[in-house]
Unconditional design. Structure first.
Length: 331
């Protein structure tokens, strides 16, 4: 059973075929087959990735592709603690965790929910889609190469087709992953907690006097884990001082940081120094794919309305293109 409480990650998906074409321009010819061809499987070692039963939907006028990315793998063990003793114990267990995804075709935003332990990541999604797109793009070009040109009557050469429809390039950028700490802090209405855990260093020196002293104390105490925790869930921490502290710590790069609080709508908001990307908690997603897509879409609109995430203006014809493709496929 999926976890009852998970988190939404949001990414910006860019698919380019050279300078002339993008995701929507070759949606039915290349992009849709990359999602919907059930024979496509990406295998790495003993792990395979595939898109499971995707659907082309329309939610509140927004065309989207929803589905699950499955990681079909085998878990192995080599050792087991039994009766207080460590013993060699070989064994395998098939496992197929999945992540739910919703690709909004109008704005190219990807809503991604890892629903199980070991579920595929955003990077797994990007790598898998990129591999499938290349295969479908190749099939598209081969199909074109068999068709006579309407003007010359000759079949086009593959190199000419590649110049016309270059190989696909995929970028998937998590929203907020490259934002500054200052921009991230500004998303909070109230900062509840800040935790800074000291990490091991090579030859680096803490420039902050407090943390230099704390490391000396840690050594004397023989502590294997040391952290500072600031908390004020009633009034909230001072935003400007929080920002200064986080900036100082991030420059040193020797601290694992975590910030929690609430946004302007009262929703929980958190981030860490790995990427400071926003993680939006969501509970009890419906099992039905179309219902889950509707819930995620509604949450996305709420985050956009409350300016927790920013979605730039897109080509006004983007939605029209996506709707036209959906009508063609579903008719």
């Amino acid at each position: 059973m999926p976890k009852t409480s998970t988190e939404i990650e949001i990414g910006n998906l860019v698919i380019k075929f050279g300078d002339a074409y993008n995701l929507l321009d070759l949606l039915s010819e290349v992009v849709m087959p990359a999602f919907f061809d059930a024979t496509l499987i990406r295998t790495h070692s003993e792990t395979s990735y595939l898109f499971y039963k995707p659907e082309l939907l329309e939610v509140e006028g927004e065309p989207l592709i929803a589905g699950r990315l499955v990681k079909d793998t085998v878990l192995e063990r080599e050792q087991l603690l039994k009766d207080g003793e460590l013993r060699e114990a070989s064994g395998t267990l098939p496992s197929s965790p999945s992540s739910l995804f919703v690709l909004l075709l109008g704005c190219h935003r990807l809503l991604f929910v890892r629903q199980h332990r070991g579920s595929p990541t955003l990077d797994n999604f990007r790598t898998t889609l990129s591999r499938f797109l290349k295969k479908c793009h190749r099939a598209f070009l081969e199909s074109k190469a068999k068709q006579n040109d309407p003007e010359s009557g000759e079949k086009p050469k593959m190199r000419e087709l590649v110049r016309m429809f270059p190989y696909p390039h995929v970028d998937l950028t998590p929203l907020g992953s490259h934002e500054s700490i200052q921009t991230f802090i500004q998303k909070f209405k109230r900062i509840d907690t800040v935790t800074a855990k000291l990490l091991e260093t090579n030859s680096e020196i803490d420039n902050d006097g407090m943390f230099k002293s704390l490391r000396a104390s840690q050594k004397r105490m023989r502590s294997v884990r040391t952290s500072l925790h600031y908390e004020n869930k009633k009034q909230g921490l001072n935003p400007s001082e929080t920002e200064k502290q986080l900036i100082a710590l991030s420059k040193q790069g020797n601290h694992d940081m975590r910030v929690t609080g609430v946004d302007s709508s009262g929703e929980k908001l958190e981030g860490n120094n790995d990427s400071f990307k926003v993680k939006i908690p969501i509970a009890d997603l419906p099992e039905d794919l179309s219902e889950a897509a509707a819930v995620l879409h509604e949450r996305f609109l709420g985050l956009k309305k409350n300016k927790i995430i920013t979605v730039p203006d897109s080509d006004p014809t983007a939605l029209q293109k996506a709707r036209a493709v959906r009508r063609k496929i579903t008719s």
